[in-house]
Design a protein around this ligand. Structure first.
Ligand SMILES: Cc1cc2nc3c(=O)[nH]c(=O)nc-3n(C[C@H](O)[C@H](O)[C@H](O)COP(=O)(O)OP(=O)(O)OC[C@H]3O[C@@H](n4cnc5c(N)ncnc54)[C@H](O)[C@@H]3O)c2cc1C
Length: 283
């Protein structure tokens, strides 16, 4: 198993923020996961996917990190009812795989730059769909660090959250193929074009910084209408393409990011009595 010590965490998140990591383990299969049970058992050990919704503090992360990105990239059709994916598979690869097999319902995942494991943890979604909509079973690592297969009905999830009670990590997943749904060959490209038009996908960011406070109130619209849309703190600024994306110009720090988050939260609360909740995870 690959193990890295004293590496910069900037390499392991898409907003390129953070000090050094003491140690990162990269298990590649179930037996390597089992071999680091004692590491995973530690309360402060953190699981990392592709780092597309994470920023690390400037002092770095002193506890152990376990990255599932190198988990054997298995992705396969199971009969005609399921797609199997390990937690390390990228959402884009999964969407393309389903598209190649003319399977509908996975197109929304194409532009989400995370792993399947990270997407399950965040209940990632786009264009009106969320990942838990298409799950049938999930293999998890429970709090005793045993691998257990659980049905979707055992999970409690809602917009950008899943209840992690009893769960340490998502290891792999069986998605359900919906045979009543019609496959639209052009949908993947349509979503991709929409995303490119409305989101700064080629800049260093973590996607949306805040959750939408209500179904019909977007955090982006609140910021856009607040006179704060051009605010910058150090090297972190609000994207002019999408106000809920904060961009690192290459010099930004976690301290800059947290200050900008505070400024926006305070202002939106003052103006609308709405408390914007962070979607980004900061450790
Ligand atoms: C340009 C851009 C566009 C984006 N667009 C969207 C979008 O449309 N919709 C959306 O929902 N999100 C979007 N995001 C945010 C992000 O891509 C998603 O939240 C994604 O699901 C995170 O996956 P990850 O593998 O990068 O997780 P990470 O960022 O590595 O981790 C996120 C959280 O999940 C935990 N975690 C990771 N893997 C596991 C695992 N296997 N088991 C248990 N916990 C785990 C981590 O500890 C952390 O708490 C976007 C981000 C960017 C940069």
């Amino acid at each position: 198993m690959k193990i890295l010590k004293n590496v910069s965490l900037k390499k392991y998140n898409t907003i390129k923020i953070g000090g050094p990591a003491s140690i990162i383990y990269f298990p590649e299969n179930h037996s390597e996961i089992k071999s680091i049970k004692n590491i995973l058992k530690k309360r402060k050990t953190l699981i990392l996917g592709n780092g597309s919704n994470i920023a690390f503090k400037d002092i770095g992360y002193k506890n152990d990190l376990v990255c599932f990105k190198k988990l054997k990239n298995s992705l396969s059709l199971i009969g005609t009812n399921n797609i199997y994916a390990s937690a390390g598979v990228s959402c884009a690869k999964l969407a393309k795989f389903a598209h190649r097999h003319s399977i509908p319902g996975f197109e929304f995942l194409y532009g989400i730059p995370g792993t399947v494991g990270g997407a399950l943890r965040m209940n990632a979604g786009a264009f009106g769909s969320e990942i838990w909509d298409i799950v049938q079973y999930v293999t998890i690592l429970d709090k005793k660090f045993d691998l257990i297969k659980l049905e979707r009905s055992k999970f409690n999830f809602s917009y950008r959250r899943v209840d992690m009670k009893g769960i340490s990590a998502f290891v792999d997943v069986f998605f359900k193929i919906n045979k009543n749904r019609k496959f639209q060959r052009s949908l993947l490209d349509e979503f991709s074009v929409k995303r490119k038009k409305t989101q700064p996908i080629n800049q260093w960011s973590s996607g949306c910084i805040f959750k939408n406070p209500k179904k019909d109130i977007s955090a982006s619209a609140l910021i856009d209408n607040s006179n704060l849309s051009e605010t910058r703190v150090g090297g972190i600024y609000i994207s002019n393409k999408h106000c809920n994306y904060f961009i690192n110009d290459g010099t930004g720090s976690c301290n800059n990011l947290e200050k900008l988050i505070k400024i926006i939260q305070l202002d939106i609360h003052k103006q609308h009595s709405i408390r914007l909740e962070k979607e980004i995870c900061i450790y």
